[in-house]
Design a protein around this ligand. Structure first.
Ligand SMILES: Nc1ncnc2c1ncn2[C@@H]1O[C@H](COP(=O)(O)OP(=O)(O)O)[C@@H](O)[C@H]1O
Ligand SMILES: [Mg+2]
Length: 319
């Protein structure tokens, strides 16, 4: 039985804006669970309600209704906070701090003993790859380096649950890979990682489970393999030395045929048709250069869900 680290039940957050008290339902009826030791990707386009959810979990804003528990404690819980690490979206630290000073500052804030802070700092700077920048002020840092310092900050108290709000946003591909590697290493150390993102390839690469937020609602939750529809969307068959008659037959079957080198690339929408074509081609002495089965990607799922929800991008239902 997996151990639940974080759970929310029918969590809602409504903002009232301006003089007319316009209502924004940022989070609606959110129920999710995060299990111990997993990397959970909290996905959604900008405005979907991810940061609002995370701020509620961190006790920074109060839910309009609903409950959430971290390590079994209802939020906001001081006890739970002791085992929590948090990287806010677009963190901004005093720019005269060095990473070392930043970590001392947050360690003291967490009321950690000096000896423990001093022991952890080199280990954390090593984890995030800032060991040679320990004494360089943050104002000289790139966005990626500040983000790494922010991750180290979130880990100073050796938390069991690490919550990262858009840890990869604004980073170049190498910076994003570095953050992915850090998250992997955290899981290896037995930590649970809950992070939000709108960058889909990052999620496909590292998440054990994902939750997909759209317009303040959780539209899907689960393992990626089970969320992506199992069926193949299309199969490309590239063959050379195809006898003319067979080529004509396959062209009629395929949804698309394009000449390719000495042969053709046939696209079949039905897997069965593709399998038949492969067998016939092989029997007729053609050379099969490539068979590619296209399965649904996370990006396809995202677009499918967004269409179902009737939105193309920006979320947060305005009533
Ligand atoms: N403090 C606030 N006051 C009013 N509206 C807010 C506030 N914070 C967030 N919102 C609105 O709530 C919705 C969700 O925002 P947010 O949680 O930041 O989305 P995400 O993090 O997924 O991009 C958006 O429509 C946003 O404009
Ligand atoms: Mg956000």
């Amino acid at each position: 039985m997996p151990e639940t680290v974080l759970t929310t039940e029918d969590l809602n957050k409504t903002f009232r804006l301006g003089l007319k008290r316009r209502v924004v339902e940022a989070v609606r009826g959110l129920s999710l669970t995060v299990e111990k030791g997993e990397i959970y990707g909290f996905l959604g386009p900008n405005g979907a309600g991810k940061s609002t959810t995370i701020k509620m979990l961190m006790g920074l804003i109060f839910p309009t209704s609903g409950t959430a528990r971290i390590f079994g404690q209802p939020i906001p819980s001081k006890d739970a906070m002791r085992s929590l690490g948090y990287l806010p979206e677009n963190p901004s630290f005093h720019e005269f701090f060095t990473p070392e000073e930043l970590l001392w500052f947050f360690g003291r804030l967490c009321q950690m003993p000096s000896g423990v802070i001093a022991d952890r700092i080199p280990m954390l700077l090593d984890l995030v790859g800032l060991q040679t920048f320990a004494k360089v002020p943050l104002r000289r840092f790139s966005k990626g380096m500040v983000q790494r310092a922010g991750i180290a900050q979130a880990l100073i108290n050796d938390p069991a649950l690490v919550v990262l709000d858009e840890p990869m946003s604004g980073l170049d591909p190498i910076g994003r890979k570095d953050v992915r590697d850090i998250i992997f290493r955290l899981r290896e150390q037995g930590k649970t990682v809950f992070f939000s993102t709108h960058i889909l390839p990052d999620v496909e690469a590292i998440c054990d489970r994902v939750g997909l937020m759209l317009k303040g609602e959780l539209r899907a939750q689960g393992k990626l393999e089970s969320l992506l529809t199992a069926h193949t969307r299309a199969v490309d068959v590239i063959a050379e030395r195809v006898p003319v008659q067979l080529a004509e037959l396959l062209k009629a079957r395929a949804s698309r045929t394009v000449p390719k080198g000495d042969g053709f690339a046939f696209t079949f929408l039905e897997e069965g048709h593709a399998d038949e074509a492969v067998a016939t081609l092989a029997g007729a002495g053609a050379r099969l250069a490539q068979v590619t089965r296209h399965r649904e990607t996370l990006e396809d799922l995202f677009v499918r869900m967004a269409k179902e929800a009737g939105q193309s991008g920006v979320g947060g239902k305005v009533a």
